[in-house]
Design a protein around this ligand. Structure first.
Ligand SMILES: [Zn+2]
Length: 483
């Protein structure tokens, strides 16, 4: 379930520098939104205020008139070129425009093109009856509508730009192509020819940018700067449905019951069995992580992903040790030595340097006692490669669980290492205000919840316990029905 989060207002910053650099990094097609839409906002506003068919005819008329005003060297109907005309010419053109459209159509633009920028524009189109909030929201929604360079509406505007270029300069095209293009304003978007024509239109409009030397950075900067000053951030987060708590309680009780059975079996039948100790130890570690997940309601958290990863790792390790057992019968003891050897390194460092962090969570003295349990055992002839946890991918393949690795573990590792994808998903919110150029805001209010890890953790816990069931059997009368 996806829901927009509204209501938490952040003060917006400025989104414009260094604009020139930003534009040149983008391809011509991608420059549409940042670099061309602001110039054609006036056409977009007119277009948006009329039914499509009427808008196409109306704007073509307007462009024919504009053709009489702009100097011959200008190929595109950009507002910044109109604003460069002298006041008299501007006045005449706006007068003509006023005879074709309502004043309120272009009035939102007067909050960008203010009196100090163009007296005639302000004179013809400022509309005192309309509040500034309404004007801003009209601009916002227009930017939103035309933000995608490929949408049908945007293609309509791009057609009109191309139409103007054609007025100025005879474009030489193959006959069949120009025949198709000329049909564009008369065809509806669901006409079967349109999927063919729309890309042609966009391509021609894009190529037309080659006719001008540089975009008018001053105008673009002013446009985006003004828009970002006027609008607030609207942050967007994804929410998920809350799952049934009762299912979880039952699942946890079942896991406990099963694990209890194997633990009792271990106690009474084979308390010195290294294999069973290792497998039960790994299962219990997973179980405790599973328990923490449930008790602390961590399903939708970053920590939850860490739990999934840990359950996968333990599960694969269990299967892996069983697989290699035949060629290395004392693998169960060596696996324990290997792990304790890691602890030994830590305690040795402590002995070398003393207490560096007196209040740390590492309990050196207790670790030493644990390591002591194996004093006198031979640590020397160990093949470390057997147990190295870094090689989990290979191990997953060996035990036929590469899907767990490919589809879950790898993703959770991105969280474990704090790589950017994880940070973007969990800790940054996208601002949905179109004029803010879709920037991100740090989620310090903790609004973004992540999709629940419950189903994966439950599945992994069952798979883990199934290993024990297959090895040691599980009385059928204890099995939960319908599972
Ligand atoms: Zn914003």
């Amino acid at each position: 379930m996806v829901k927009e989060y509204k209501g938490h207002k952040f003060k917006s910053g400025k989104f414009v520098t260094p604009f020139n650099e930003l534009l040149t990094q983008l391809g011509k097609e991608e420059q549409w939104y940042l670099g061309r839409l602001p110039e054609y906002m006036w056409l977009a506003l007119i277009f948006d205020s009329h039914p499509r068919e009427k808008a196409m005819i109306l704007i073509q008329d307007i462009l024919q008139e504009l053709n009489k005003f702009l100097p011959d060297t200008i190929m595109q109907p950009k507002i910044s070129y109109i604003l460069q005309l002298n006041e008299e010419k501007q006045q005449d053109f706006y007068q003509y425009l006023s005879s074709k459209i309502e004043k309120s159509v272009l009035s939102p633009l007067t909050i960008i093109i203010t009196y100090s920028i163009s007296r005639p524009f302000s004179k013809y189109f400022s509309n005192k009856d309309e509040g500034i909030e309404d004007k801003i929201s009209k601009l916002e929604s227009t930017i939103q509508t035309f933000s995608s360079q490929h949408s049908e509406q945007t293609t309509d505007i791009r057609y009109l730009v191309f139409y103007y270029i054609q007025l100025r300069n005879k474009i030489i095209m193959p006959e069949d192509q120009s025949e198709l293009i000329n049909q564009y304003p008369d065809l509806t978007h669901n006409n079967h020819l349109m999927p063919l024509i729309r890309p042609m239109v966009r391509n021609l409009e894009m190529m037309s940018t080659n006719f001008e030397e540089n975009p008018n950075i001053t105008y673009l900067e002013m446009f985006w700067e003004r828009m970002s000053e006027l609008t607030d951030c609207e942050l967007f987060s994804v929410q998920f449905e809350i799952e049934d708590a009762l299912d979880k309680k039952t699942a946890l009780e079942n896991c406990y019951k099963e694990l209890k059975y194997f633990t009792d079996l271990f106690h009474t039948v084979s308390p010195l069995d290294h294999k069973m100790l290792v497998l039960l130890g790994l299962s219990t570690f997973s179980y405790k992580r599973f328990l923490e997940l449930i008790e602390h309601n961590l399903y939708n958290t970053i920590t939850g992903r860490n739990v999934v990863r840990s359950l996968i790792e333990n599960y694969i390790m269990m299967k892996y040790l069983i697989l290699r057992e035949s060629e290395k019968p004392n693998i169960w003891e060596e696996y324990q030595y290997y792990g304790l050897g890691q602890f030994k390194l830590i305690t040795e460092r402590y002995e070398d340097t003393g207490d560096v962090y007196p209040n740390s969570h590492v309990e050196y003295k207790y670790l030493s006692l644990i390591v002591e349990e194996y004093k006198g055992k031979d640590f020397i002839d160990m093949d470390l490669n057997y147990f190295d946890r870094h090689n989990i991918k290979t191990k997953a393949e060996m035990v036929g669980e590469s899907n767990l690795y490919k589809h879950l573990y790898d993703y959770d590792s991105i969280y474990e290492h704090g790589l950017w994808g994880a940070i973007r998903e969990s800790s940054l919110l996208k601002c949905n205000t179109a004029s803010h150029q879709f920037h991100c805001v740090p989620d310090i209010e903790n609004q973004q919840k992540l999709k629940s890890v419950w189903h994966d953790c439950h599945l992994l816990m069952q798979k883990t316990l199934n290993i024990l069931k297959e090895l040691y059997g599980y009385p059928s009368h204890l099995e939960v029905k319908g599972k």
